[in-house]
Design a protein around this ligand. Sequence first.
Ligand SMILES: [Zn+2]
Length: 274
Amino acid sequence: MLLKRSIDFGSHENVSYANGKVTLGKVSLNVYSFTVDGVLIDTGSKSLSKYFEPFIMGADIDKVVLTHIHEDHTGCASLIQQKRNIPIYIHEMSVQDCERNPDYPLYRKVFWGKRKPFKAKAIGDTFTSRNAEWDVIETPGHAKDHLAFLNKETGQLFSGDLYVQTKTKVVLREESIPTIIRSIDHLLTYDFNEMFCSHAGYLKDGRKKLELKRDYLVEIQQQVIERYQDGLSPQQIHDILFKRKYPITKLSFGEWDSMHIVKSIIDEGKLPIS
Ligand SMILES: [Zn+2]
């Protein structure tokens, strides 16, 4: 099957974006990279480096910040390092991993390419851009090293992969729904409204979207817990709550599956069977 690639560029107020897309058969995946006030937020994937290159090489930036280490967000970091002498920042726990050749499943290499090693620095709790102070907000759940960035001057939030969509149906094997709920609750204690999501792009009512996602996940969590305490197995609970099959589950050999939603809730509670 042929891999199709494309990109589009645009802007909302002070934020410019590139949105790269990769399609294989029925599965289409996209990822955003943003520039704002001299900062590049996430780099796009290696598989789309030719498409992202004009955006990231032409951008008026003096630093790069990464929301997390996943290859669709960090794939062009080595290219930036080779061609532009600007620092790249990531969560402290991922600094060493950035310098290594990553290990992830073949389908992800097909879609996103193979990220090359690069040198990153630990980002800390805040950073500054040309005209603003930023909060760096730990928001694990999708990934352990996941960060959100809040521009304190404009109230714009860059939420990485924490949101993506309101009614999450499939997650990665290592994702944790209870941790995601806690991260969203934590984010909602900050003052913001507009949100820039790495997969959904610009969301004017970002705060509302995150509230809806939190409510949806809390509802799913309650349903899983109740049914588990009624004696249903994880598989039975899954089959009741998630009836639809998604092409990404088969394509990823189960790395993306609704079952991980159910299991992460049961595992967290170490729920006793009544
Ligand atoms: Zn991710």
